[in-house]
Design a protein around this ligand. Sequence first.
Ligand code: AGP
Length: 614
Amino acid sequence: MCGIVGYVGPREAEPILVDGLRRLEYRGYDSAGLATLTGDRLHLRKRAGRVGELTSFLQEQPAPGCVGISHTRWATHGAATDTNAHPHVAGTGANQVAVVHNGVIENYSGLKRQLEAEGIVFHSQTDTEVVAQLIAYHMDGDLLAAVRKVLKLLKGTYGLAAVSPQNPDQIVGARLGSPLVVGVGEGEHFLASDPSALIGYTQKVVYLQDRELCVLTGEDFHVYDDAEARVTTNVQNFDWDVGDSDKGGFPHHMLKEIFEQPETVAAAMRGRLDESDQTAHFGGLNLDPQQLRQAERVILTACGTSYHAGIVGEYLFEEFARMPVEVEYASEFRYRNPPIDRNTIVIAITQSGETADTLAALRESKRKGHRALAICNVVGSTIAREADGGVYLHAGPEVGVASTKAFTSQVTVLAMLALFFGRARHLSSLQGGRMIEELQALPDAVARALRCNDDVRRIAEKYHTATTMLFMGRQYMYPVALEGALKLKEISYIHAEGYPAAEMKHGPIALVDTDTPSIFLTPRGSVFDKVMSNLEEVKARGGPVIAIASEGDPRAADYVSSRADEVVFVPDVPEYLQPLVTAIPLQLFAYHTALLRGCDVDKPRNLAKSVTVE
Ligand code: AGP
């Protein structure tokens, strides 16, 4: 999951290439580089580390030229070193070729051996250098022709860009499996892994499809399919602007995104709650009443945080639509080949819309003839474009690698979908009306939940040195426990596990001791007493307990406070909406704990925002 940027036009390329990389750094940040052209000279600059390392190097050795490509990396092959950083250059003099690549070339070692047998020397451990060496090997004055030849030899995924002094005024790009967009400007053109890299330069983009190539010059751009035919392109408008992806005065994108949730939850509902029919409406779901009525089963498939939102969705659909639901890890679902009934709707949940396993699960479901829908945040992303229909979150760009606002927006959309499917079945208009009222009260409840920030910071100060933590919840709180554990793992590197609270007795309780804090989700509700007995079992073994409880519930205030070492109160909302308020203190706990441990909250080690390789 790397980030690629390209520029060709009248302006100096370097500042545009670097600015774009900064916006794409959430995609991978272990090394960065760029290559520019001035006539028959290629200028290569690359460094291990963040884009910041590259910019300091460029201050010493600027890269001149109005044509260039750049890259920020998430290593798949070869460690994060200067040599393994992209671009990879092959060939000599005017025959040089520079390549940046996002994806995995699965057959690179076989191709590499063939080239080595021809006496070609490799400098890096990467799969990408094989692509550069192959293009240089096939170069004969026409970069596009050479790239075309090479793509036929590759197995795997790529979003790639290449430049060569032999064609000093052009960039060639190609896409298979990894996202790539062309940015259309006045007398200049851009290439990027996603449109957010072009914020401030152009809002006009063309999304490349799989197996398409493009050639960009200052004046023009052309797109070809893999039969070398010109493709008529559809220029779309991309409506995110500079303010959207900056920190808005917060110290980190993650904290900004946590505090955006009252607005983003409201945005997810805007124009979708119908008080006359007491149901929800979705402009892009593309499900006719017959398909809606005939649907007998729902499969929710996703990865990471989106998968946890899917588990909340399972509870919601079963409660309000009375429909059987399976929640599937996309990486397992795509290969497991489960028998699926014909009237099954598959819904892919994804913030980025580019997660490779979720995309493959969606494609597999479509190939088997199932209605394949998507809940997605990034407009125009691959999954959004390939799904039969879907719902956008409208949460705005989520830059922090640890997903926060996307989770609460996904749960909000899943609650509205459960209302929509439910109202097409047995849910009465009265019940529908009550759900609408409760949903409309959510943004305010989420805003009140954020008031626990100082309390949570104080509790993080007390427990941030722990090496293991357990998260416990039952029913709607079970997926929230999973999500809380994931957040803590991702950004503080503390080992954490989430469990259905009763499951603890079947093993995990062995981990409990005075140094292992347990976070219990104990809001008001149908299983309050049950989860409290689980809490007591941990207390009985000396385990420190932090409880998340409902405000204004006298029993909680007395009973929970008398048992737990720390209690964080969240607004009292209906049980099925509690994931939206109880997730907040867990997001903040992970944030403050990571900060206290000196971790990079927005760019945690070994992670990237969208996982475009399997
Ligand atoms: C969550 O904080 C992580 N960034 C990761 O688990 C993420 O949820 C997962 O990669 C799925 O991403 P998606 O929603 O963009 O498909």
